[in-house]
Unconditional design. Structure first.
Length: 235
């Protein structure tokens, strides 16, 4: 499947088989994230480590660890990048999932979050009807391919802390986390979630033939957002 198609079947995998991931798969996963575009002005680093080199284990054979600075834009960038890897992993038939309790045994400086990767027998979703998500009109005033893809993006506590706004040649993914979930998730996880949602928006735009010009994190002090500008398909 393509990454866009995987959006509609993806599942957070919590249980893994006791079987190693082939080396060629690991190399392709690392290439996927290392060659991926990052949010404007941001740079995150990644390491793909075996289970023996992390502090806890969900049973997966490997973990993709993200490292970044401590800022809302940096956290959003990690989500933007890791979600591409997450979808890629599942598109090639492996399992993956985000876990906050996984940390590297060494090099904790700048560590952000981990993505578990391993073989699994957890079935993929058949279609979007199997997702438990907010109604589309809770995140967007428009029913588009972008809003449908963003609606299915994973988020901490399934909080879906985003709203979509549309302008000519632009999609804005804005942080709209509120209430108890926002207090629990605070700055870091909310911003990772916004980056994840932005990745789904980008993939939907590209699937419809649009060319991405930029994806820029912005903040006016009270609201954080990612502005995605694109050139519309001229067909």
């Amino acid at each position: 499947m393509t990454l866009y198609e995987t959006i509609f079947t993806r599942r957070q995998v919590r249980n893994y088989l006791n079987s190693p991931v082939p080396e060629d798969c690991l190399s392709s996963i690392l290439a996927c994230v290392s060659e991926s575009e990052q949010l404007s002005g941001q740079h995150a680093d990644f390491k793909l480590l075996p289970a023996a080199e992390v502090s806890a284990s969900q049973g997966a054979s490997h973990y993709l660890l993200a490292f970044c600075d401590s800022s809302p834009s940096a956290y959003a960038n990690v989500g933007f990048l890791l979600q591409k890897a997450d979808l890629y992993v599942q598109s090639i038939g492996l399992g993956s999932g985000y876990f906050m309790n996984i940390k590297p045994k060494n090099e904790l400086k700048r560590f952000c979050i981990a993505l578990a990767i391993g073989k699994a027998d957890t079935p993929a979703r058949i279609n979007e009807s199997e997702f438990k998500r907010k109604p589309l009109n809770r995140i967007s005033t428009e029913d588009t391919a972008v809003s449908r893809a963003v609606r299915l993006a994973p988020s901490s506590l399934n909080s879906q802390p985003w709203e979509l706004k549309f302008e000519p040649g632009k999609v804005i993914v804005e942080d709209a986390g509120t209430g108890i979930s926002r207090l629990i998730l605070k700055n870091k996880l909310n911003k990772i979630d916004i980056g994840i949602a932005a990745r789904h928006a980008v993939l939907a735009l590209e699937h419809n033939g649009n060319a991405i010009i930029s994806a820029v994190p912005k903040s006016d002090g009270s609201k954080f957002r990612i502005e995605i500008t694109y050139k519309e398909d001229e067909k």
